[in-house]
Write a protein that binds this ligand. Structure first.
Ligand SMILES: Cc1ncc(COP(=O)(O)O)c(C=O)c1O
Length: 401
């Protein structure tokens, strides 16, 4: 039986504190079954992975490895195409470090990226002479595939874009960009930090070569988890970010032979409870149904967008719901974004994010210093959104202008 909203709320201890949690784009609260899976590991078989031959160690290894298959199910990939990381940022850095890009190679990204999908490319530009080009966007923060087409040249090796903007919620035409990349034989990396778990993501349909995602956002997994998908043999030749114990077949005095991917990315003792918890979180989200989550988030977002009609409130991003994930970013005229966020917390215990959302170029594109951002997940209630709308209205009426 798919899980109802009430059941999911009942499963999340953090919500019992009375908080109205609208900061799901930053990270999501953890359901009890996920906490239980981690506690079970600590209490019953808390051994290291990949080494011991005793039963607890074998059980830990099996549970740790099983998460690859569960993540693969979420995005329609194969287990061997999944590398564990500690977050989305590490997954993107793994690609930036692994591709061996050289002086003159070109990477195309956009002005709407989270800093985690920009700084790794800036580093390649600075340290290796890679050419970095940033594509612009429409006023509503949508990307236009034809602009990528115009930017592609013979030296272009990689396109890297987000799927859904964390700053304003715009859903990008990733399938079209993927098609373009394939036609030109260019690699395509999708930063799916705001889409995996929130909406159906199928890497075969996307046609991407790499997809970076967190465990701790849409998937309701623990913090400190994420993953990188690499299609087919794309991990081949990738240098892991870390080398050391746990990933070797043979070690000599001056050289070593490493194990195959994706285990080659698990040097040292990994986040065993986190990855086991992430596996349970995948099952949990699949039990609810990703399509159902997307549908509910669309409904809640439509409701949140009512603030767009208020005097003194300006919202950013697309108005068309088909082009918007569960994020609403706004400002109240005459008030700073941090002030509005603090008031929402103080007046109604509503948790939202304020600032540049690790996307300063996006803020520059919008011509603002920052925004207030409310972001939903399946478990949010219509009544919570009503309170949010009423409080924003009160703030705008009494204090704005
Ligand atoms: C679009 C996007 N990319 C990357 C990141 C970085 O994710 P993580 O915190 O998992 O490294 C975020 C986090 O909010 C994001 O929204």
């Amino acid at each position: 039986m798919p899980k109802s909203v009430d059941e999911v709320r009942g499963d999340i201890p953090f919500l019992r504190t009375g908080i109205i949690y609208l900061d799901n784009a930053a990270t999501t609260p953890t359901p009890q079954p996920v906490l239980d899976a981690m506690l079970e590991y600590y209490r019953e078989y808390g051994a290291n992975v990949g080494r011991g031959l005793y039963r607890a160690a074998k059980r830990a290894t099996e549970a740790f490895e099983a998460t690859r298959e569960k993540l693969a199910r979420v995005i329609n990939a194969k287990p061997e195409e999944i590398a564990y990381t500690k977050n989305t940022t590490e997954a993107i850095n793994l690609v930036a470090g692994g591709l061996g890009l050289k002086k003159g190679d070109k990477v195309i990204t956009t002005v709407l990226e989270h800093h985690s999908n920009l700084l790794p490319w800036q580093r390649l530009e600075r340290e290796h002479g890679v050419k970095l080009e940033l594509i612009g966007a429409s006023k509503e923060c949508l990307l236009n595939p034809s602009e990528f087409e115009a930017a592609i040249d013979k030296k272009t090796r990689l396109i890297a874009t987000h799927h859904v903007s964390n700053a304003v919620g715009s859903i990008q035409p990733v399938e079209e960009i993927g098609k373009l990349a394939r036609e030109h034989k260019i690699l395509y990396l999708v930063d799916a930090a705001q889409s995996v778990g929130h909406m159906p993501v199928d890497v075969r349909k996307l046609g991407c070569d790499f997809l970076a995602a967190p465990g701790h956002k849409g998937l309701l997994g623990p913090q400190g988890t994420g993953f990188l998908y690499a299609s087919g043999g794309r991990f081949a030749g990738f240098e892991p970010l870390l080398v050391g114990g746990g990933i070797v077949e043979e070690v000599g005095q001056h050289s070593s032979k490493l194990v195959e991917s994706p285990q080659v990315f698990d040097a040292g003792t990994p986040n065993i409870p986190g990855i086991i918890g992430l596996g349970r979180a995948c099952e949990y989200v699949l039990d609810i149904g990703v399509e159902k989550i997307a549908e509910r988030e669309r409904k809640l977002t439509e409701q949140m967008l009512k603030i767009a009609d208020m005097e003194r409130v300006e919202i950013y991003g697309p108005r068309d719901l088909a082009q918007r994930g569960g994020v609403v970013s706004f400002n109240v005229e005459g008030l700073g974004h941090h002030d509005v966020a603090s008031m929402l917390d103080e007046i109604t215990n509503i948790a939202v994010r304020s600032g540049h959302h690790c996307a300063q170029p996006t803020m520059r594109h919008l011509g603002v210093e920052g925004t207030v951002r409310a972001s939903v997940h399946y478990f949010n209630l219509e009544q919570e959104i009503e309170k949010f709308i009423a409080t924003v209205e009160q703030i705008a009426r009494e204090l704005g202008g």
